[in-house]
Write a protein that binds this ligand. Structure first.
Ligand code: PLP
Length: 389
């Protein structure tokens, strides 16, 4: 009879992992399921990054190193943020983390004191892990509802309706998982005014920032000078460079904040593996590989989103970034969990129910188009047949 951490007992397991597990079980039974549920590039890590990682291992770079990360990598990331994102950064503003996920945890941990009922606002729909990470870090997640009909445009009214005296930070994620929306300059200004008015930290998860379409770019919040000192920019190598298994993320923040995050790193993870970071350094120069991957997602986005919108009762937003199609499905009044179950049972297609992304996801489903083209085409046929039945 264990006495577990009481917070942990209230945290639900990951919804997208649950769908993937169910799909895997069906596959193991010999049922032909197409999985559109996982959020992972279907490409291998670019050669130059792999070669750099192998060279690191061969060269014996397999020991502890700095908790903040390799200086050369921190410098190179700072340069990237200056050149590509308009963020004024140097080496002292960067800390490496084992994956973007841990950067989210560390950023929240740095600002939230457990037991003080401090709140963190999360713009919905939102990646399934933000709420649990806030809870695990001792904070209270507060969901901010945005609406499908306005393409989840950020409004000051929506932000004002969720803020309280206990609010410490807001988590913002653009390009967005699951909706594919990107952040406009106008929305960035709204967030900036709001953060200044309530003295809030903005945690900006920009992990999909390299994956955008139609020559558009998502605004990096820290590029707005009036809030640069209150934005923690999070990014990583999992999505853009197809390096999910290398566990490479980073945060960019004022030096003082990085110092506090580093204390957490020193006592929880010590450091990242050096050869992983050497691979990351090489990945930052793999622009052509990344452009090729993005072009391929773009081609798949075009026909997949069109195919979804051609199915009666399905309305799919045109994603401006990331590799997810987010669609509202009108199917005999079914909610998103029922729709996902129906599609798995009838079409043998695994999708993630929209309600797992918080408010604003009812009757929606998320599908990853970082999936083989043939599977996407087959999934469209099957979903159309099941929905039109
Ligand atoms: N942030 C968002 C919005 C994500 O979708 C993910 C992964 O699914 C992550 C962060 C974490 O990525 P990683 O920990 O692999 O860097």
């Amino acid at each position: 009879n264990y006495k577990f951490n009481e917070t942990l007992l209230t945290i639900p397991p990951s919804a997208s992992l649950a769908v993937s597990e169910k799909a895997k079980r069906l596959k193991a039974e010999g049922i032909d399921v197409i999985t559109l549920a996982t959020g992972e590039p279907d490409f291998d890590t670019p050669d130059a990054a792999r070669i750099a990682g192998i060279a690191g291992i061969a060269g014996g770079h397999t020991h502890y190193n700095a908790a903040l990360g390799l200086p050369a990598l921190r410098q190179r990331i700072a340069r990237k943020l200056c050149e590509e994102n308009g963020i004024d950064a140097s080496e002292e503003n960067i800390i490496l983390t084992p994956g973007g996920k841990y950067a989210v945890y560390e950023a929240i941990r740095t600002f939230i004191t457990p037991g003080k009922a401090e709140e963190v606002m999360i713009l919905n729909p939102a990646w399934v892990s933000y709420g649990p990470i806030v809870m695990a870090a001792g904070g209270i997640p507060v969901n901010v509802e945005l609406s499908f009909e306005t393409h989840y445009k950020i409004t000051r009214e929506a932000l004002d309706s969720a803020v309280s005296k206990q609010t410490r930070a807001v988590i913002v994620n653009y390009p967005n998982n699951p909706t594919g929306c990107i952040l406009s300059q106008e929305e960035a200004e709204i967030l900036a005014d709001f953060a200044l008015a309530h003295d809030l930290i903005l945690i900006s998860d920009e992990i999909y920032e390299r994956i955008t379409y139609d020559k558009k770019q998502s605004v990096s919040l820290a590029s707005l000078p009036q809030i640069a000192d209150r934005v923690i920019t999070l990014n990583g190598f999992s999505k853009a460079a197809a390096m999910t298994g290398w566990r490479l993320g980073y945060a960019c923040a004022p030096k003082e904040v990085i110092g506090k995050m580093s204390i957490l790193s020193q006592h929880t993870i010590s450091c990242l593996s050096q050869f992983s970071m050497e691979a990351a350094l090489a990945a930052l120069d793999c622009q052509e590989d990344i452009a090729r991957m993005v072009a391929s997602y773009d081609a798949r986005r075009s026909f997949f989103v069109k195919g979804l919108n051609d199915i009666p009762g399905v309305t799919c937003l045109v994603p401006q970034g990331a590799f997810y199609a987010w669609a509202k499905v009108d199917l005999a009044g079914k909610d998103s969990f029922e729709i996902a179950d129906y599609l798995l049972d009838e079409a043998r297609v695994a999708v993630v129910p929209g309600d797992s992304y918080g408010k604003g996801g009812s009757r929606c489903i998320r599908m990853s188009f970082a999936t083989a083209e043939a599977d996407l085409r087959e999934a469209l046929d099957r979903m159309r047949a099941a929905i039109c039945k």
